[in-house]
Write a protein that binds this ligand. Structure first.
Ligand SMILES: NC(=O)c1ccc[n+]([C@@H]2O[C@H](COP(=O)([O-])OP(=O)(O)OC[C@H]3O[C@@H](n4cnc5c(N)ncnc54)[C@H](OP(=O)(O)O)[C@@H]3O)[C@@H](O)[C@H]2O)c1
Length: 339
């Protein structure tokens, strides 16, 4: 029986991972760190075999012990919480274990955007693209240069003798998850919320900046494949072979804003299909970190998961989901179409 410890089960990413792992035929003993008792009961009701571990990311002793007892750890609650990441590393590399454990860590597309953020360069076309299979050394150098990416740096510094690690840099994650609590993503839903509330879609600067994108179900599939690899002790897909950029398309944020604006107008939620050009500073106040996550470039190509794990993204494209996105955000906000 493989023991899996997962954080973020009440979130979009962790919830989808839980859904896909729990749906696998092989047997797992799962424990999930949950800080909210009510969410813990929802998860337990949906997945009665899951053991709920009460605690938050600062419950270091609990996290270290759970990681020590687990074969595989999915840390999907946060990209940048160093104490919990360190506790996981200590747990999976504990000397009492016969072999090191496996640690799958969520990261984000901004891991390559350090220079743009430092220069305040937002809304501009990409100057670089990064392939996770062929540009690995360059990507590692970019991450190492950015001390602020403390968890990414901790992960990429590990040797297989100490810990088997995989770093999954999420690009734009779109679509509705199938987890037990939150199923809503961040970037496009927030742009849609503001479009519906303000009547125009916000676009930072020229809107030429590009991110790759993946459907949440396809991202979940990658987690399931990595779990399979850990269970079958396929040790060739971790550490120096463990940096993944799951994606299957590229989108500019200007294009995203225009598509959402057009759809909101088509569904009669807004008086026009206009977009509103805003500065990065102005974007941050109505939606936290907006400049960084709507204004930078994450022009990432994901070859590694396809090559090493046979990952095949089959989910719907971003644009095919815009109409549902507008509808569901309007419903969530209680906004009705004009009559
Ligand atoms: N969605 C995207 O497009 C995307 C793309 C790339 C990377 N990411 C990153 O991946 C991570 C997960 O994203 P998400 O979309 O799944 O976010 P989410 O839906 O907000 O879920 C976050 C999850 O982490 C848990 N969590 C957060 N802080 C915690 C703490 N201090 N202690 C215990 N649990 C904590 C939340 O618990 P509660 O339910 O109790 O709040 C929830 O289960 C985030 O760091 C996000 O920035 C997201």
């Amino acid at each position: 029986m493989v023991k899996v410890f997962l954080t973020g089960a009440s979130g979009l990413v962790g919830g989808e991972a839980l859904h896909q792992i729990a749906s696998q035929p092989s047997e797992h003993q799962m424990s999930c760190l949950v800080r909210d008792a009510e969410k813990g009961s929802i998860i337990k009701k949906a997945y009665p075999d899951v053991r709920i571990v009460e605690g938050d990311l600062d419950s270091i002793d609990i996290i270290r012990k759970e990681a020590k007892d687990a074969d595989v750890v999915f840390h999907l609650a946060s990209t940048n919480h160093l104490p919990s990441a360190t506790a996981i590393l200590e747990g999976i590399s504990d000397k009492s274990r016969s072999t090191p454990g496996y640690w799958i860590q969520i990261s984000g597309g901004t891991l390559v955007a350090g220079d743009e953020i430092a220069a305040g360069r937002y809304g501009e076309a990409p100057e670089k693209s990064y392939n996770d299979l062929t540009d690995t050394e360059e990507i590692r150098a970019v991450v190492k240069k950015n001390a602020g990416r403390a968890v990414d740096n901790l992960v990429i510094a590990q040797s297989p003798e100490k810990a088997h690690v995989a770093l999954i840099a999420g690009p734009i994650i779109h679509g509705e998850g199938r987890g037990p609590v939150n199923r809503r993503s961040i970037q496009a839903p927030e742009i849609t919320r503001l479009t519906l509330q303000r009547g125009k879609a916000p676009v930072i600067g020229k809107g030429l900046n590009v991110w790759s994108a993946v459907h949440i179900h396809d991202l979940g599939k990658l987690f399931a494949l990595l779990l399979d690899a850990a269970v079958s002790k396929n040790n060739n897909v971790w550490n120096e072979n463990g940096l993944y950029f799951p994606e299957n398309e590229r989108l500019s944020f200007g294009g995203i804003g225009r598509a959402i604006a057009a759809e909101a107008h088509k569904q009669k939620f807004t008086p026009s299909a206009d977009v509103e050009t805003i500065t990065a500073e102005k974007a941050n106040s109505p939606s936290g970190h907006a400049a960084v996550i709507w204004g930078t470039n994450a022009n990432l190509t994901g070859s590694r998961a396809k090559e090493q794990l046979g990952w095949k993204p089959t989910g719907p494209t971003f644009m095919s989901g815009v109409s549902d996105l507008v509808r569901s955000e309007a419903k969530r906000l209680g906004i009705s179409p004009a009559t």
